[in-house]
Design a binder for this molecule. Structure first.
Ligand code: RTP
Ligand code: MG
Length: 140
């Protein structure tokens, strides 16, 4: 299997409840390595760019307001099949549908405030990592 990188965000509902370490414990237990990480306050422009694919969706405004409501932790995760693996570890978008032991089952509050983001494909992973990290900030 190829070593792959994915982009992760620990969202405001999780940082606000002091769950950064708890989320990271699940990530590391799953065999993914945190190769870059920083805590930032996203600007509205950054959040709108990041979730630009959802611009026409009814929840877009709410989503952007949520993402800038408190600091987030942005991360690059590395591992075999990291993109699909992290999606598995995160669980379904709606925590009501998330499998036992997943981050969203354990910690998410609702479909909107769902604790984590993970890239959904290699191309989006590349774009999302580049939005938040310079190459020399990622140490594999
Ligand atoms: P993400 O992009 O954050 O990793 O989440 P995802 O792939 O599982 O879900 P996606 O469809 O890409 O939706 C992005 C984020 O928008 C919020 N959302 N709210 N109120 C709603 O019905 C609704 N639907 C989606 C969630 O925060 C979701 O993670
Ligand atoms: Mg998504």
């Amino acid at each position: 299997m190829a070593l792959e990188r994915t982009f992760s965000i620990i969202k405001p509902d999780a940082t606000a409840r002091n769950l950064t370490g708890a989320v990271n414990a699940v990530i590391e237990k799953a065999g993914l390595r945190i190769v870059a990480q920083k805590r930032i306050q996203m600007t509205r422009a950054q959040a709108e760019e990041f979730y630009g694919v959802h611009r026409e969706r009814p929840f877009f405004g709410e989503l952007v307001d949520f993402m800038i409501s408190a600091p987030v932790v942005v991360q690059v995760l590395e591992g075999d099949n990291a993109i699909a693996r992290y999606r598995e570890v995160m669980g379904a978008t709606n925590p009501e549908n998330a499998a036992e032991g997943t981050i969203r089952k354990l910690y998410a509050k609702s479909v909107g405030e769902n604790s984590v983001h993970g890239s959904d494909a290699p191309e989006t992973a590349k774009v999302e990592i580049a939005q938040f990290f310079a190459g020399n900030e990622i140490v594999g």
